[in-house]
Design a protein around this ligand. Sequence first.
Ligand SMILES: [Zn+2]
Length: 288
Amino acid sequence: MTVSDSIRLQGDIDRAIAIDAFPRTAVLTCDIEPDYGARTGTAALLEEEQPLNDVLAFCAAQKLPLSCFVVTSLLQGNKGGICVLRAANLDVHAHSHTHNTQQYRVSSAEEMQKAQDVFSAFFGRPSLGYRAPQGVLYPGDIQALSGAGYAFDSSVFPSRRRGLFDYRALPTEPWMWRGGVLELPFAALAHSRRRVTVSMLKLRGRRFWQRQLREPAHWPHVFVIDSHLHDFFTPGNFHHLPLAYRLAYGRRKEQGFALLSWLVELLKGQGYRFVDMTSLCRELRARK
Ligand SMILES: [Zn+2]
């Protein structure tokens, strides 16, 4: 597999966004996608309304805005989770059309456009933002994003995932791509470049993260948290996952909400405010 690297993408960066005088801001995002990113071939967690409703109840109790990124092929049919997504009038954006990573490698630009078309037809408005499957950006994707009418992208982990990407040389704070699309990268720590996602909180556990997060100066000023329904619930087909994923996702299976709560309190304690992606995009785009 090709490793997508920082060097190629650095050439596509226009400029950094000045965030010194910007308030410390966090966003909770949830990817609405097939179970385990399509690794089981099912979307069981979207069949019923309950999983997404429970996430919304958690957010309401914590007074957290939620932004969702939806795989637009899932908008077809009448899935309970998708009905919730539409009825709740959430802050929703596109997360590819198929999330089929093998196919996506050779058709990412088409997927960006198709996702925008299907999203617009379903919601009656274009998607403001885009998120690529597995956080990988292929050559030509930056131009394709603006061509498909997205105002922001939130795909980049300024971190490394072996065999998939190495974006450690990219900034940990938002920047503007050439062509005018804003990047709102996922949270990664400045000193270790570790990704702070709900999946990673569960994989490594609280004690590990207490050490990693000891120094708030290392936290990104704009803190975008990634999560999935499978971080909070376990679908019945869990045993269909390849062994390596079963081992990874089997760690602290029941602790998704508790660990996210812990992180949210930590962030609030350091003065972070929580907004949704649309507000963050508009506020940062208004800054010159
Ligand atoms: Zn995904």
